[in-house]
Design a protein around this ligand. Structure first.
Ligand code: 0GY
Length: 296
């Protein structure tokens, strides 16, 4: 039990920034509870329980209305814990699944019924053993109507992944902007490459997320208050304001070296989206289009 890691802040501060009504935390996870929803035997980290109730309490504390729960790698392709969180949310959560690429049409539809609206392909070698592009492409071609593909990769493999991503026939959502080195600044090589990728298709979305990962002290950044992140990401949000999402990344998988205060993470929002109009797009209008389009 003692080697189960915990990466979240016990008592995050109340943010100064007040999110607009209907704001959506579009990137967060749940872990377990392990007694009901065991972790995958292939999990690369074993976290303490981060339950739906904890997530919803944080949502309310931070001033958000809804969550998009992304299936975490520690649960493998068994989406039961994420579906449980969605079911317990009273309609205030939807999700992104991780599936065995051989999944049947009936099982995909069951995921849709359970509130999933996309699938995630993870290319981080420290999180998954293999990422079969040919099988991913096949399953991406038979997703339920309106679904998208979330892709998680690091900046050094963006070019290598381009032909694969170009071939995906549904909208793409890129986790954490493909993890650019934000210390390079807004015009650094990583941001330039990411912009060129965004310019290649109008249906590529991204999450302006994870100052705590991308601007962490241990990665050569500066840590909270994450000035490198604000400087590098604000121009991207302004230039691609109709296809950017935001999320807390709670419970911050694998971040035990530097526990981020979620209140501070929320207070980054006005630094990357300084006007009420941008904030509404980032937190309400954009995620609603992807996750609750029937309400628009
Ligand atoms: C994140 C990032 C990480 C982990 C996962 O599914 C996961 O385990 O996404 C990570 O370790 O970088 O998006 O939460």
């Amino acid at each position: 039990m003692s080697d189960r890691i915990k990466c979240w802040h016990d008592a995050p501060g109340k943010p100064v920034f007040v999110p607009p009504a209907g704001a959506i935390d579009a990137h967060c996870h749940v872990f377990g509870p392990m007694g009901e929803f065991p972790f995958s035997p292939k999990a690369k980290y074993l976290p303490q329980d981060a339950s739906p109730e904890m997530l919803f309490a944080l949502r309310d504390h931070l001033g958000f209305a809804r969550n998009v729960v992304v299936q975490a790698s520690c649960h493998g392709t068994d989406n039961a814990a994420t579906l449980n969180a969605i079911a317990r949310s009273g309609g205030k959560a939807r999700g992104v699944a991780v599936v065995d690429p051989d999944i049947s049409e009936a099982d995909l539809l069951a995921l849709h019924e359970g509130g999933m609206r996309g699938i995630r392909f993870n290319f981080l070698k420290r999180l998954v053993d293999n990422a079969p592009k040919d099988k991913f492409l096949e399953v991406a071609s038979r997703l339920p109507e309106g679904w998208h593909v979330v892709i998680y990769f690091e900046a050094d493999i963006l070019e290598e992944l381009r032909p694969f991503m170009d071939a995906i026939p549904v909208p793409l959502v890129i986790d954490h902007m493909g993890r650019p080195d934000v210390t390079q600044g807004p015009d650094g090589a990583d941001m330039k490459a990411f912009r060129s990728f965004l310019d290649s298709r109008e249906d590529i979305w991204f999450k302006a997320t994870c100052p705590e990962r991308l601007d962490a002290r241990k990665e050569g950044g500066m840590g909270d208050p994450w000035d490198n992140f604000a400087a590098a990401v604000a121009p991207l949000v302004a230039d691609y304001q109709d296809r950017v999402l935001w999320g807390t990344d709670w419970p911050h998988p694998n971040m035990q070296d530097e526990i981020a205060d979620d209140g501070h993470i929320v207070d980054m929002i006005p630094r990357i989206a300084p006007t009420p109009e941008l904030q509404h797009k980032l937190l309400v209008a954009n995620p609603m289009r992807l996750y609750w389009p029937e309400e628009l």
